[in-house]
Design a protein around this ligand. Sequence first.
Ligand code: R5P
Length: 289
Amino acid sequence: MLVIAGSASPDLAQSVSERLNCGLVKPELTKFPDGELHLKIPVDLEGEHVVIVQSTPYPQNDNFMELLLLLDTVEDLGAKEVAAIVPYFAYARQDKRFEPGEAVTMQTMLKLIESTEPDRLLTVDVHEEKSIKGTKIPAKNLHAMPLVGKWLFSLNLKNPLLLGPDRGAQDYAEQAAGSLGADYDYLFKKRKSPTEVSMEPKSLDVEGRDVVILDDIISTGGTVIEALELLKKHNARKIYAGCTHAVLAGNALDRILEAGAEGVFATDTIETEISKMSVAPIIADTIAE
Ligand code: R5P
């Protein structure tokens, strides 16, 4: 078995290969003067079981194109079995037509991946789990929050409450709370625009407690900041924010810290300065099953 590291996931791919005790291949990726990608995989893949690890954070389009090139090329070079690991699946939030005429980007991305015919697709905390049901290839969504919950022990939280900033994120809080042995709750969020959200008032048992806001994605930080403001009004003690995918658009991290977060953390589905825990074990263990 060989793990192939896409350029967006070098450290994660290495951790997966170490855990699987197999070789790691770093393809040569360059750009032509006009911006087109040039990819070369300088090893013999004939008859190999290949695991491609390539996340799709910003620049999403380049990272997606690289993923497609990797998938199609390993097939073309004779790999026997191909697993596509897309730890952060970009474009997944547009998983339906919210307004007439919109592109359903998740559907398009899945079709493109399917066209390269990998044997399986794994992703982590994809925005809507149901969006990968019904793909033509076996697809599985892995859950990172149990790992996050274990990592939370290192913060020595006081009487912690784990909080999903909206109803959908309640599952994340619940999964992490299961590992930590803590309480969980959720808020009611209303999205006004891609950058603006509001939180409905809610009675919360947070006075003097440490609270961790948990979500799948922190993008602009608007959701976390609104939740923070509400928690401060309810006299929470220390407030942390965590997520699976640290998209961190613009200066999101600075804004969250300025709003009073004690700390911000994420997994390595997107490799950033706040990646504190690795999803390598859940990926490798699923591959090894
Ligand atoms: C939306 O439903 C997601 O789960 C996240 O809450 C959202 O993507 C966070 O975005 P932002 O950080 O821009 O508020």
